[in-house]
Design a protein around this ligand. Structure first.
Ligand SMILES: NC(=O)c1ccc[n+]([C@@H]2O[C@H](COP(=O)([O-])OP(=O)(O)OC[C@H]3O[C@@H](n4cnc5c(N)ncnc54)[C@H](O)[C@@H]3O)[C@@H](O)[C@H]2O)c1
Length: 327
């Protein structure tokens, strides 16, 4: 395998760090650009000596331009992720998403980078009309007044830019749409870490008996959770075999309800829970499950079931709750 020089933006984030390690294992040279606003060099500690780490904002055009110099590939992952930020800071989500994308594309063009990989999202569909959802379902922004859609809109713009600039200026552009990726150290603003830590706190406060556990909505909403190792395997399959301007789902077909998820987490904690329904998130989709057959045709096969992946994930949160941002 030829060693390539690869820039990963957002490389100290949850997915970025895992991707960086996989690229290094394959013999590549990796440079990371991240402002560590949500990422952390901690995630890259074991490979710190093998990478170049640039602490910079993706909105800083000069820094991005310097980072792209000498690269064969750029993998663009820097983005403000985490549902609560979509509601709280939609302007920041778009600023980082759109300005960042323009800077990255400009830098690649300036330095003749031939290959560009973009992390998009399942959120480009918002409420998908078909389940499982394939890559041909239209991308929508259902309501510009709902701040939640800042994220999906930023991804939609990024995809359209990647395709159209890609046609003209790149040899190879590939887009992946991850679906609910999880694993140890995935951040704190997601359903699995939040359930894990809330359950832990409730169990401590009430050492015996059935616990009352509040959830958003009535628990019937579904998601398909993809373990980080499967996500990385999917991206690597796409990178190896995907076609220019190709768009690929990476996820699993194992669809579970939020109620089921809560019960699995409680079971792993050794506790019995009673769910208490709360108001649903405004703009959240009732079901999400990707059709992954396009990537499967290239050889992708998720290997980690939710039960298998939950265990190390929950263990991590139950031992590292102290790393949660203090609010
Ligand atoms: N985790 C998922 O389930 C999921 C699902 C769909 C799409 N994605 C996409 O995959 C990519 C990686 O997601 P993740 O889960 O690792 O999230 P993450 O928040 O852990 O990683 C994003 C990284 O971008 C960095 N970043 C944010 N703003 C920046 C800025 N202004 N300048 C430089 N860096 C900045 C953060 O510090 C962080 O390290 C993102 O583009 C995300 O939108 C993730």
């Amino acid at each position: 395998m030829t060693a390539l020089r690869i820039l990963v933006t957002g490389g100290s984030g949850f997915i970025g760090a895992a991707l960086v390690k996989a690229l290094l294992r394959n013999g590549n040279r990796v440079r990371v650009l991240d402002d560590n606003s949500r990422g952390s060099p901690r995630r890259l500690a074991e490979v710190a000596a093998d990478i170049e780490l640039i602490d910079a904002d993706i909105r800083d055009a000069d820094a991005v331009e310097r980072a792209a110099q000498g690269m064969d590939e750029v993998h663009h992952l820097a983005f403000v992720n985490g549902t609560e930020f979509f509601y709280k800071s939609p302007d920041l989500v778009l600023d980082v998403g759109v300005r960042g994308m323009i800077n990255v594309i400009d830098a690649c063009r300036r330095h003749g980078v031939g290959t560009f990989l973009l992390a998009s999202s399942s959120e480009v569909y918002q409420t998908p009309p078909n389940i499982p959802t394939d890559e041909n379902v239209p991308l929508v922004v259902p309501d510009p007044l709902n701040p939640r859609y800042s994220y999906g809109a930023g991804k939609l713009i990024s995809e359209v830019m990647a395709i159209n600039y890609g046609r003209k200026f790149f040899q190879r552009v590939l887009i992946f749409r991850p679906h609910n990726v999880y694993g140890p150290d995935m951040g704190f603003e997601h359903v699995i870490p939040q359930f894990a830590l809330r359950l832990h706190a409730a169990a401590k406060a009430q050492p015996a008996g059935r616990l009352r556990f509040e959830i958003q909505g009535n628990g019937a909403e579904t998601r398909s959770f993809c373990f980080i190792d499967d996500l990385v395997a999917g991206v690597m399959t796409m990178r190896d075999k995907g076609e220019h301007l190709g768009i690929y789902h990476v996820g699993t077909g194992e669809e579970v309800s939020i109620a089921d998820l809560a019960h699995r987490i409680a079971r792993d904690a050794g506790r019995d829970i009673e769910l208490a329904a709360g108001p649903p998130a405004k703009g959240g989709t009732p079901r999400r499950c990707p059709d992954i057959s396009k990537l499967a045709r290239l050889g992708y096969k998720p290997r980690v079931s939710l039960d298998q992946g939950l265990q190390p994930t929950l263990d991590w949160y139950w031992h590292n709750g102290n790393l949660a941002p203090q609010t």
